[in-house]
Design a protein around this ligand. Structure first.
Ligand code: ATP
Ligand code: MG
Length: 618
């Protein structure tokens, strides 16, 4: 079985096989910086605060050096200038105090900014969703897309909040500290820097190696989301098939990959602080040895050596900061890469201003329409038919014949391959999708209910009041159920649970009854309700369809008998067209389907033949 996984992140091929395609983290960070552009002032102010904080930190050792010299001089002379010591002490206190205020400010601003950036990324992804063709969602796991909205955006936000400022603070501190050291003593500065830069060189190798681990960690998180959302959206089916062992196996494999990639990235990044600390400590030793020799030679004072010991300590700080923030920065790069891939996925053709048909009469024409979901495949072949305003069209045919596909094209859920579909003589390609879809009220084959009250579900996108909603419920036979519910229309529907398949269909039809659109599409709308309820709904639909062009797809021919035109579809082509009586007169597909449902003898023969041959007779 081919694993259906996304091919949107460049890490997936069309066949669903994972490809590890190393790409530049820089590009992903460029995208993050573009988002930061919207908050330039706040970002620059935060970075300014980082600069202030760093500046205040590096000034302190010089005053500590002054105090040390005052004390050591005092030890020789027997008098310590306490006034000066307190003066310098107060300066150091002031520096640390302002440093703390600057740190609080930048933390506050960066927390706010990072959440804004994450929100904008999610907004952009949400808007992108509206521009993506349905075809896109055929090729990806829903959970993986969800993971880009949640996990990847969160990773970027947390890196911006916790690591970006720390990283910049580290760099600024490093530069300032180097400058202060050079101003204090060049030889000791060189000793410090050589050890530190050796450590940094080694770290950069580690960082490069970990990029791929972070990338695969984010991708594995996406896979985990995908797996979990698929599994729990069909939890009952999985249980019915006792698929828990199979699922457990797949879950274990995804979980193990997630653990392994997480472990690899953490362990390699965990090396960084250790490496940096080792080289920092090496710096201490080198400063002590070289410094003592220089004190003995009389070229520097003890205070300078103490100041350098502090400098090494400060130097280790930014190195620690840089090395510990690099992990988050890399994870954010990998997250941003996945968001960037989603945002750059191929979109539907841009919406034109669109022609509107004024007051729609409802004539629909399909002219030589060809379409395939996949390249080289022909799901609909040269489909041609026309519908007059107000007519009821029934589309019948075997499972997989292409009935729903006709609706998909009419609603422009998918774009036609060739040919033309017109409404009142205007090509639907010239209409905006939003306008086109506003012309139809539709009940899809799969009942769709959302988290909300029964009232919200029925009055979806309409401003109907309770009286109208209750009338719609009555029309579809839902009134007794609503009355029996303790909360009535305020009953909460959670992910469609708590209602039977037929009741869900009733709710969807009640929703359609409130829709005032000029045309109607019903795709197997009553397939799950009992025959008595079906008759009731049929009456309501007939009232609704009066004067409106309506398309009714149904396997049960009893529901389409009174249609003005019946299209019989076989393997994507119209094989017969006409009214119920005219089609019954001919020896063809329609009569065969009809007899299999209504002629007891024929029905028995079909069942018998299926049992004997294992296939449906022609
Ligand atoms: N999203 C899709 N991607 C690829 N192929 C698809 C997709 N949707 C449908 N198909 C294929 O197109 C063909 C027509 O499907 P369609 O849903 O139109 O059938 P149908 O006549 O509505 O069947 P049913 O009576 O079972 O609802 C089928 O062979 C199906 O496998
Ligand atoms: Mg269908």
């Amino acid at each position: 079985m081919v694993n259906r996984v996304p091919n949107i992140d460049g890490g997936y091929s069309r066949k669903g096989v994972l490809k590890d395609k190393p790409r530049s983290m820089l590009k992903s960070w460029k995208m993050i910086l573009l988002y930061l552009k919207n908050h330039k002032a706040v970002f620059l102010f935060s970075m300014f605060m980082v600069g202030v904080e760093s500046l205040l930190t590096v000034f302190a050792p010089n005053y500590i050096s002054e105090i040390t010299d005052l004390i050591s001089d005092g030890l020789y002379s027997g008098v310590i200038d306490l006034e000066k010591v307190s003066y310098y002490g107060l300066i150091i206190l002031g520096l640390y105090l302002f440093g703390t205020i600057a740190m609080f400010l930048r933390n506050y601003l960066m927390a706010d900014l990072s959440q804004h950036v994450a929100r904008e990324m999610r907004n952009d992804m949400q808007e992108k969703m509206d521009r993506l063709p349905l075809k896109f969602f055929d090729t990806c796991r829903k959970g993986d897309v969800m993971s880009r909205f949640t996990n990847d955006a969160d990773t970027v936000a947390s890196a911006l909040n916790r690591s970006m400022a720390v990283f910049v603070h580290g760099i600024v501190l490093l530069v300032l500290c180097s400058a202060m050291m050079l101003l204090t003593d060049v030889t000791l500065s060189a000793v410090c820097m050589i050890t530190v830069f050796a450590g940094m060189g080694l770290s950069s190798i580690v960082v490069k190696r970990t990029q791929k681990y972070y990338r695969s960690q984010q991708r594995n998180l996406g896979r985990m989301y995908g797996f979990i959302s698929e599994l729990y959206s069909a939890h009952d089916i999985a249980m019915a098939y006792s698929a828990s062992r199979l699922n457990k196996k797949e879950f274990d494999s995804v979980n193990e990959e997630l653990r392994a990639s997480g472990f690899r990235s953490e362990i390699t990044m965990g090396l960084l602080p250790a490496v940096m600390r080792f080289f920092g400590n090496l710096g201490y030793i080198a400063v002590c040895i070289v410094g003592s020799v220089m004190v003995l030679e009389g070229s520097i004072t003890i205070g300078t050596v103490v100041a350098f010991i502090f400098f090494v300590k400060i130097y280790m700080g930014p190195l620690d900061m840089i090395s510990s923030s690099l992990g988050n920065i890399q994870a954010a790069g990998a997250g941003a890469e996945r968001i960037r891939d989603f945002l750059s996925a191929e979109e539907m053709d841009p919406e034109k201003e669109g022609v509107t048909a004024g007051s729609v009469r409802g004539s629909v024409e399909f002219r030589n329409v060809c379409f395939g979901y996949l390249e080289g495949e022909e799901t609909l072949k040269n489909l041609t038919f026309s519908v007059k305003p107000g007519q009821k069209i029934a589309i019948v045919g075997h499972t997989g014949a292409g009935k729903t596909t006709i609706v998909n094209l009419l609603m422009r859920f998918y774009e036609i391959g060739s040919g033309e579909i017109t409404i009142d003589g205007i090509s639907i390609g010239d209409m905006s999708r939003r306008y086109l879809r506003s012309l139809f009220c539709i009940v899809l084959q799969d009942s769709w209910l959302f988290d909300g009250t029964l009232r919200e579900n029925i009055a979806y996108c309409s401003d109907a009041g309770d009286a109208e909603i209750l009338e719609a419920c009555r029309s579809v036979g839902l009134d007794r159920l609503v009355e029996s519910l303790p909360d009535g229309l305020d009953t909460r529907i959670r992910s469609g649970t708590g209602f039977s398949g037929g009741q869900k269909q009733q709710i969807c039809i009640a929703r359609a009854l409130l829709d005032k659109s000029p045309m109607l599409i019903l795709d197997e709308a009553t397939s799950s309700v009992d025959t008595r309820t079906e008759v009731l709904i049929q009456n309501a639909i007939d009232r609704l369809a009066a004067g409106r062009t309506s398309f009714v797809i149904a396997h049960r021919l009893s529901t389409v008998r009174n249609a003005d035109l019946i299209l019989v579809i076989r393997d994507g082509s119209v094989v017969q067209m006409g009214t119920h009586s005219s089609l019954l007169e001919k020896d063809g597909e329609y009569r065969r389907i009809y007899r299999s449902q209504f002629d007891p003898l024929r029905s028995f023969t079909v069942k018998y033949q299926v049992l004997l041959t294992g296939s449906v007779p022609a």
